[in-house]
Design a binder for this molecule. Structure first.
Ligand code: ACO
Length: 429
């Protein structure tokens, strides 16, 4: 909605006179107003310049809202803390996709619809054999999720909402199967097929840890914790991987290929790869007495070392997900009878020291969602290299929600940023 305009005075340049133009200011339901610059180039011949999108909104969206200064995260208007208290991952998935929480009948129908797609086509399973046994699970996920596009392409009309739902359900249902199979493949174990009588999180843990030679019962405290972790990671508005999915999808590309692009973006250590990096960092620090040395390294601009799991582009306050993660971490360790976990002690002490340090205070660097998740995963027996794959399973819900929202938007255009050219002027050959 437009309610005011911003005046922009542009100097004369390259044959243009000085000019003043008015740009509409758009007003969302929450958060800062935005200046609509879509007409800037046609009106003035200028582009805006914002590498890293520090001040740029790339779309309008109704799915997720973050107030980084106050540490607030809302899914479709509901605070994340309330959702994890009373709802499960399937409720939240339904909410993100459909904008309301389901009633019991809607929930049952939705869960059945997802469960219908949990198996992989047997030919997809052949893809795993092509990977090295020591391949990173994220490399396998990028490949196998992308490969799904070859199974569901010709028949797919992305402009039909029912076909979009079907593609979305397939992605949400198959993501845990692919992640668990990537793990089983690395272990040389037989794949464990999905069990549709189990809930989403329990089914995932079962596919990860069961073996065909004996019965395996998933610990319900761990399943509950995994469900909560999935909820916390399900969406986070226009982060790097979700924006990647939107950009890939903006050309009308196959949704399975778009989600594979999201998996690739998530893999990086500045994004979803941070949970793996946190654990590696804690191992490297080793002992509480070494913390000051590593804090100094993190503050030293000549040293590439960063405190992994700290800082966030949007949160300039405690990440609300990190708080829930910390509580979940204690619950999981208790359920597993782990009285003293040296890594958890190290993480708590590192957090305490960093939060009292002027460098971190001035830059508003707080623990993010990844700071505690690695400790929980490790306690559950999940190998470090799988951490980001778990994140990808959960974030698939956010990716498909944003992809659906974008494709359904009649104003949607292909994403095509411009640049400030700093290369050679025309050269003679
Ligand atoms: N350790 C030490 N210093 C840091 C850290 C950190 N983890 N994070 C930011 N800073 C410093 C920067 O050096 C910079 O200092 P300066 O102003 O003196 O130059 C200042 O804080 C601002 O940081 P930017 O890098 O400009 O912030 P940006 O928004 O670009 O980056 C990011 C955010 C990528 C998350 C960054 O904080 C980081 O790399 N953190 C570690 C990795 C991590 O935990 N990523 C997970 C993010 S959450 C997620 O994806 C689920």
């Amino acid at each position: 909605m437009t309610h005011k305009t911003a005046k922009l005075i542009l100097p004369g340049s390259r044959g243009n006179h000085e000019q003043t133009i008015e740009l509409p200011i758009l007003h969302g339901n929450l958060g800062p107003d935005v200046i609509d610059v879509t007409s800037l180039y046609t009106k003035t011949g200028y582009y805006t310049y914002d590498p890293g999108f520090m001040s740029t909104g790339s779309c309008s969206s109704e799915i997720c809202y973050i107030d980084g200064d106050k540490g607030i995260l809302l899914y479709r208007g509901y605070p994340i803390e309330k959702l994890v208290e009373s709802y499960d991952f399937m409720d939240v998935t339904y909410l993100l996709l459909n904008s309301n929480l389901p009633d019991q009948q809607q929930k049952n129908e939705f869960v059945n619809a997802i469960n219908f797609h949990t198996m992989l086509h047997e030919q997809v399973i052949n893809f795993f054999q092509g990977f090295r046994r020591d391949a990173h699970p994220m490399a396998i996920m990028v490949g196998v999720v992308g490969a799904l596009s070859s199974f569901y392409h010709d028949s797919l009309n992305i402009h039909d909402p029912i076909e979009r739902s079907l593609a979305s359900y397939r992605l949400i249902a198959k993501a845990p199967t692919i992640a668990a199979m990537a793990y089983k493949y690395s272990m040389g174990h037989p794949f464990i097929y999905p069990q549709n009588h189990l809930d989403y999180a329990t089914n995932f843990l079962h596919m990860m840890f069961a073996v065909p030679t004996s019965d395996y019962k998933v610990n319900h405290v761990l399943a509950k914790a995994m469900d909560r972790i999935f909820i916390l990671h399900a969406d986070h508005e226009q982060n790097a991987s979700t924006s990647t999915v939107r950009i890939a999808g903006s050309s009308g590309a196959n949704p399975f290929a778009c989600i594979a692009a999201g998996v690739a973006s998530l893999w990086g250590p500045a994004h979803g790869g941070a949970n793996e990096a946190v654990l590696n960092m804690l191992h490297k620090i080793g002992k509480c007495k070494n913390i000051p040395e590593y804090i100094q390294k993190a503050k030293n601009k000549d040293d590439p070392f960063l405190l992994m799991g700290f800082g966030h582009r949007v949160y300039k306050n405690y990440d609300p997900r990190a708080k829930i993660m910390r509580e979940t971490c204690h619950e999981v360790l208790e359920a597993l009878g782990i009285k003293n976990d040296p890594l958890l002690d190290l993480a708590i002490e590192l957090e305490r020291i960093a939060l009292e340090d002027d460098y971190f205070i001035e830059r508003k660097l707080y623990p993010n969602v990844d700071f505690y998740s690695g400790i929980i995963f490790k306690a559950m027996g999940i190998p470090t290299s799988m951490f980001t794959a778990l994140f990808a399973v959960a974030r698939t819900v956010g990716w498909v929600s944003h992809w659906n929202e974008m494709v359904a938007d009649p104003r949607q255009k292909i994403s095509r940023p411009r640049q400030l050219y700093t290369g050679f002027k025309v050269r003679r050959l």
